[in-house]
Design a binder for this molecule. Structure first.
Ligand code: ADP
Length: 243
């Protein structure tokens, strides 16, 4: 079963084809890395999937439903969660409160719900806190977390929204090697069984998390396979050497 499928997907920015007739698909429960030199169209592809950019042609299906042209909030409601490069959390709130917001939002109605179901929600928050190794820091202000911890908190917030497709945009940017490794472990445990698309350059990390890799070049599909196959692919080598 395909969680995501694009058919002849294209976007044109004033005559420049940032994504060109792309046929891409992701299986349910698969973690896939998108590789490609700068300007290959990786971010644009994620922008198209999340509705931030509208395609000029082609189709995008999410679990068989056509989502082409929908607004970002509609696509988000259908269960596509995206994490951008930098940590995007509420610095002046505690770790616990950040997860509370991700789970419930801050609308008064949700607050009332939170009050009713407090135990259930607190349990869910602590379950996520344990998974992201932040249970001891639940009451700390998020601003005081390390860079890695902030990124992990945001991944926990993403999970709290129970997405069917998770998009991570260079999640290890600015991390130490140790934090990068832990992030790889977290993707396996926290997002176990979920469908995940990752843009990433760190090859050790790519090797750690992905079975299959898709390579884009100049907005087009270039190659797909295991990292080993990709590394031995002469067309891919040529593109990267030219960089
Ligand atoms: P990557 O993420 O692989 O580095 P991008 O998707 O950011 O590549 O960009 C692909 C190409 O599309 C680049 O040449 C970029 O300059 C161009 N591009 C991206 N967004 C826009 C836009 N809104 N308007 C014009 N050109 C854009």
């Amino acid at each position: 079963m395909k969680i995501l499928e694009t058919t002849d997907l294209s976007v044109d920015f004033n005559g420049f084809k940032a994504i060109s007739e792309l046929n891409f698909s992701l299986n349910q429960g698969e973690v896939r890395v998108i590789l490609g030199p700068n300007g290959a169209g990786k971010t644009t592809l994620m922008d198209l999937i999340t509705g931030k950019t509208k395609p000029t042609a082609g189709k995008i299906k999410l679990s068989g439903t056509d989502i082409t042209g929908l607004e970002p909030y509609e696509i988000s409601k259908l269960g596509v969660g995206r994490k951008f490069q930098g940590p995007n959390i509420f610095d002046n709130m505690t770790v616990f409160e950040n997860l509370e917001v991700a789970l419930q939002g801050y609308h008064p109605v949700f607050k009332a719900l939170f009050f009713k179901k407090k135990k259930e929600i607190t349990d869910r928050i602590y379950d996520i806190l344990t998974k992201i190794n932040l249970e001891r820091k639940a009451l700390n202000y998020a601003v005081n977390l390390s860079h890695g911890e902030k990124q992990w908190l945001e991944m926990g917030m993403l999970l709290a929204q129970d997405p069917q497709l998770i998009i991570l945009d260079e999640p290890t940017t600015g991390m130490t090697a140790d934090e990068t490794y832990k992030t790889g472990e977290l993707i396996e445990t926290l997002f176990k069984g979920r469908s995940v698309l990752v843009i990433e350059h760190d090859m050790a990390f790519v090797r750690q998390i992905a079975r299959m890799v898709t390579v884009l070049h100049q907005g087009k599909f270039l190659a797909e396979g295991t990292l080993e196959e990709i590394e031995n692919n002469s067309t891919v080598q040529e593109v990267y050497l030219k960089e």
